[in-house]
Design a binder for this molecule. Structure first.
Ligand SMILES: [Zn+2]
Ligand SMILES: [Zn+2]
Length: 320
């Protein structure tokens, strides 16, 4: 079995939010203010994922902060007039490492709703976005009351497993069951935690900013390097805890993290270990021996408030 390092404690780590809204669509703040608020919170990158309008600008880029081109693409719904809850929203992230003849430009607008022509319309929408050099993430499936079958039907780059906005609004923020369903059915799928913020309500107890994010292992803070590492899965998702190191060494999965209450190794079809000190002593790492029957292993580090950091999956066949 090969040794692979997924997150290296020696590497630089950059924190970002891939899902938010500005005045370019239904957000309350303009892009400049959004950038300032997130910088104050210690973020290194953002994507202005406004509804049906693509953003591509380097006007906010500095040595310590960049924006990634992208948008949120929606309006794809089997029964738009009778039930607009069930449908598809995608976070679309520009990956400059994909060579394509044409890319979307700054403030390019897209039609809404999209014509529904059966299941094929979803595949065609994903393909069109990919053909323009983008990675496609399935957003907030629980909020959209997505059928689990969808996870088998289509190929997404990642699924939002934590969407902060739908936690404080409708308590429908988690997508991990969808993620595991896809993984159990052989899909190669990564995860994303994001804010989906629309307003900065600093006087409210529940803040829209800073609830869910990803942290990317990368040598440099450039659009190209970040997307290369995101595409390879060299990042983790979090609503609180930090992960410093994540690797396979000598047939064992090893993780190091900030102080948490429990560490869960999620695997299939053999259950992984759940590690908790019932006396309440915090954990800062754990190890799991890989069972050859496992097809994937992913790890959740959970603190005493239920805030979680999620690794991307280790696909066991990559190690053979
Ligand atoms: Zn959405
Ligand atoms: Zn959104």
């Amino acid at each position: 079995m090969r040794n692979i390092v997924y997150l290296d404690k020696k590497n630089k780590k950059y924190k970002g939010n891939t899902h938010l809204h500005t005045k370019w669509s239904d957000g309350k703040l303009d892009a400049e203010e959004v950038v300032e608020r997130y910088k104050d919170l210690g973020y290194h990158f953002l994507c202005f994922s406004d509804h049906e309008i693509y953003t591509r600008t380097n006007e906010f880029d500095t040595e310590t902060f960049i924006t990634i081109p992208g948008m949120e693409r929606g309006g794809l719904n089997p029964a738009f007039t009778t039930n607009d809850n069930i449908g598809f929203h995608f976070t679309v992230l520009d990956d400059p490492n994909i060579m394509v003849p044409e890319r979307y430009y700054h403030l390019q607008q897209f039609e809404y709703p999209q014509k529904w022509e059966g299941d094929l319309s979803v595949t065609q929408c994903i393909r069109r976005l990919e053909e323009h050099g983008n990675l496609v993430i399935l957003n907030h499936p629980e909020w959209h009351m997505t059928a689990f079958e969808v996870m088998k039907q289509y190929d997404f780059f990642a699924v939002e497993i934590y969407n902060h906005a739908t936690e404080w609004s409708l308590s429908t923020s988690y997508g991990t069951a969808y993620w595991d369903y896809a993984l159990q059915n052989g899909k190669r799928l990564f995860a994303i935690a994001a804010d989906d913020s629309h307003d900065y309500n600093k006087d409210k107890k529940i803040l829209e900013y800073g609830g869910g994010w990803i942290v990317v292992d990368s040598d440099k803070l450039t659009h190209r390097e970040l997307m290369k590492n995101i595409k390879e899965g060299n990042y983790y998702s979090s609503s609180g805890p930090e992960i410093y190191d994540f690797r396979v060494e000598d047939g064992k999965v090893k993780i190091q993290c900030s102080q948490v209450q429990a560490i869960m190794f999620k695997s299939w079809p053999v259950r992984g270990d759940f590690i908790i000190d019932r006396d309440g002593s915090p954990l800062t790492g754990a190890t799991l021996k890989i069972n050859p029957l496992m097809t994937y292993v992913r790890v959740e580090c959970i603190d005493c408030n239920g805030k979680t950091a999620w690794t991307n999956p280790i696909f066991i066949k990559d190690l053979l």
